[in-house]
Write a protein that binds this ligand. Structure first.
Ligand code: F6R
Length: 247
């Protein structure tokens, strides 16, 4: 088991470190399978990746991607979808083959079958090499919300109120317009990734980062389960790292 914690001076530096991790993975394995997160935190890293690609320093032509989650009832063209978010912040600026970009379809008629299809697609791709994660202020990873239990594989989930508030910007600023449910990779899907890089910035994440790194393993803090993974790195700015126990 090995959790590495890297504390950097700014959110921008966290973004640059994240991009470097991806570029290193692409160089080591051009057909790398990346697990991607949406949300605000990785956006600086995605901007850096677009910049590196424009300079000829990041070639995604053989890479595959699997995003963590999508809102239920929202199709790939909906302006609030994570798919559109990823188009805007990453996909439009790099040379990924659209056939190798994978997403859960939030508008699928049969969400359970859609989740099973996604799990099979990940398996067929050979599993995820590097999974990028953000973390919710309530400790969620993907949309695995805190609760009595957690699901192993991709599944349909009811979003926490705090998650709907945090994602209101995608739906005109109104939390009531954020779907109640999402499809998300499960905790087992995430833990099967060969390497995991979690990014967190800002004081709002300090409590959940402390609970994830220094607390007990508990379904009340889904990110705490990352402690059992053998290759996980937390890239934090000093505000997000401010409450963790130093060795
Ligand atoms: C997004 C996802 C979520 C976010 C988390 C943090 O695909 O799976 O777990 O990573 O909610 O979001 P931000 O970065 O906006 O604070």
């Amino acid at each position: 088991m090995s959790v590495t914690v890297t504390v950097l001076g700014s959110a921008q530096a966290v973004g640059e470190a994240l991009a470097l991790q991806v570029v290193t993975a692409l160089r080591a394995k051009p057909d790398v399978v990346l697990g991607l997160a949406s949300g605000r935190t990785p956006v600086d890293g995605y901007a850096e990746l677009r910049r590196l690609h424009a300079e000829g320093k990041a070639d995604f032509s053989r890479a595959s991607t699997f995003n963590l989650d999508e809102f239920v009832g929202v199709d790939a063209h909906h302006s609030g979808s994570f798919r559109q978010f990823m188009e805007r912040y990453l996909f439009e600026g790099v040379n990924l083959d659209p056939a190798r970009i994978h997403f859960l379809n939030g508008a699928a008629a049969d969400p359970d079958a859609e989740c099973e299809r996604y799990e099979q697609a990940i398996r067929r791709a050979g599993g995820i090499d590097v999974q990028i994660l953000g973390i919710g202020s309530n400790g969620h990873i993907g949309f695995n919300e805190p609760g009595e239990d957690l699901k192993v594989r991709a599944h349909r989930v009811t979003l926490a109120e705090s998650t709907r508030r945090d994602n209101a910007a995608l739906f005109g600023g109104d939390p009531a317009r954020v779907p109640n449910e999402a499809l998300s990779m499960g905790i087992g899907t995430i833990l099967l990734a060969r390497r995991i890089v979690l990014v967190a910035t800002g004081a709002k994440k300090a409590d959940c980062i402390r609970a994830a790194l220094n607390g007990h393993l508990t379904t009340r803090v889904p990110a705490s389960l990352l402690q059992v993974h053998r290759d996980v790195e937390f890239l934090l700015d000093s505000a997000a790292a401010s409450l963790i126990d130093r060795p």
